[in-house]
Write a protein of this length. Structure first.
Length: 305
C-alpha cells in the first residue's frame, strides 16, 4: 500500500475511533455535570475510564492492522492494572503518546496527562479529557511569573485538585520530565549533559509525588527510541517508522519522597535532583545501547514532530 494512502486510512480510522468513544465519554460527562455528587462520580468514573481504554485498544488494533512497524518492548512484566503508578518518559514526538498507550495498555491503569489549558478547547476531545479528569495547566511564561510570582500557585492548586481525584481509583499519572519535545536545537541551547536527552525538570514530578501522599506503588520509567530517527505524527501514520524500541523499568520511589516539600526543603530538593539525574543517566545509556545495536552512527539528531 502506498504510504500516503496508508496515512489517509490511518487518519480516517483514528478519527472514527475518536468520535465513537468520545460520544460515549461526553454522555458520561453530561451525567457528571448534571449530578456533581461523590456517589455519582464513584459510579461513573470507572465507566468513563473503560470507554477511554476502549479507544486505546481500538487504536492498537488499527496500528497492528495498517502499520508495518516492528515493536521491541522489554520490561514491565510485574506491573498491575489495579494499582497507582507514576510514569516517567523521555519526549521526542507526539507519537510518544500512542506508543506509551499501546505498550502499557492492560499492564497499568489508564494514563492521565497534564495538559496545557488551551487544549480544553480542542473540538470533541477537549471535553473528553475534561470528563476523564485530565488536569489542565496554565503554564505561565517566565516573564509572566517574574512579574506576578503568585501565578505559580495556580498550577500548584490544579495539580493538587487533580491528584485528589486520582487517589480515588487506580490511576497512572504521566510525566514528561523534560517538559518539551527533544530537538537538536533545544539540546544545544540547553547545553544538556546528556547525549540523547534534554535536562529533566524536577519540580512537577516532586509536586505530584507529594500531592498523591504515597499512593503510588512505584515509578514506571519508560524509554522510547526511534532507531530510524524521530518521526513526525504523519510519518508514523504513513508506516514510515520501521521500528520502535521501548524499555520499561519498575523502580521503587525512595522513602520520604512523597512526604517532603520540594519548594521549601533545600535538602530534599538536592536529593530529588540527584535521584532524577541518576534516572536520566541510565535512560541516556539505554538510548545509546539501542541505537548502537541498530547500527546508528550518530543518534539523537532526528527532527521532532
Amino acid at each position: 500500500m502506498p504510504s500516503f494512502l496508508r496515512g489517509v486510512l490511518a487518519v480516517l480510522l483514528l478519527v472514527l475511533n475518536t468520535l465513537f468513544w468520545c460520544t460515549l465519554l461526553l454522555a458520561g460527562a453530561l451525567v457528571k455535570l448534571l449530578l456533581p455528587f461523590a456517589p455519582v462520580r464513584r459510579a461513573i468514573d470507572p465507566v468513563l475510564n473503560a470507554f477511554a481504554n476502549g479507544w486505546v485498544a481500538c487504536n492498537s488494533g488499527w496500528m497492528h492492522l495498517l502499520l508495518p512497524t516492528a515493536w521491541h518492548v522489554e520490561g514491565g512484566e510485574e506491573l498491575h492494572a489495579d494499582d497507582w503508578y507514576l510514569v516517567n518518559c523521555n519526549h521526542q514526538s507526539w507519537v510518544d503518546i500512542l506508543v506509551l498507550q499501546h505498550v502499557l495498555r492492560g499492564r497499568i491503569p489508564l494514563l492521565k496527562f497534564f495538559l496545557k489549558q488551551q487544549l480544553i478547547y480542542v473540538p470533541v476531545i477537549g471535553l473528553a479529557w475534561w470528563a476523564l479528569d485530565f488536569p489542565f495547566m496554565r503554564r505561565h511564561g517566565k516573564e509572566a511569573l517574574r512579574k506576578r510570582p503568585e501565578l505559580r500557585a495556580q498550577d500548584h492548586e490544579a495539580t493538587l485538585r487533580a491528584c485528589r481525584k486520582f487517589s480515588q481509583m487506580p490511576t497512572s499519572v504521566m510525566n514528561f520530565a523534560e517538559g518539551t519535545r527533544f530537538t537538536p536545537d533545544k539540546h544545544d541551547a540547553q547545553g544538556s549533559p546528556y547525549r540523547h536527552l534534554l535536562k529533566p525538570k524536577a519540580g512537577a514530578m516532586a509536586l505530584t509525588l507529594n500531592a498523591m501522599g504515597g499512593r503510588f506503588r512505584s515509578l514506571v520509567d519508560a524509554t522510547i527510541v526511534y532507531p530510524a530517527g524521530i518521526p513526525t505524527f504523519w510519518d508514523f501514520l504513513c508506516g514510515r517508522v520501521p521500528g520502535i524500541a521501548v524499555r520499561l523499568r519498575q523502580l521503587p520511589i525512595p522513602e520520604g519522597f512523597a512526604t517532603s516539600d520540594y519548594a521549601k526543603d533545600p535538602a530534599f530538593r538536592r536529593a530529588f535532583t540527584r535521584w532524577l539525574a541518576g534516572l536520566w543517566e541510565e535512560k541516556d545509556r539505554q538510548v545509546e545501547e539501542v541505537l548502537q545495536a541498530a547500527g546508528v552512527a550518530r543518534p539523537g539528531t532526528g527532527q521532532g514532530a
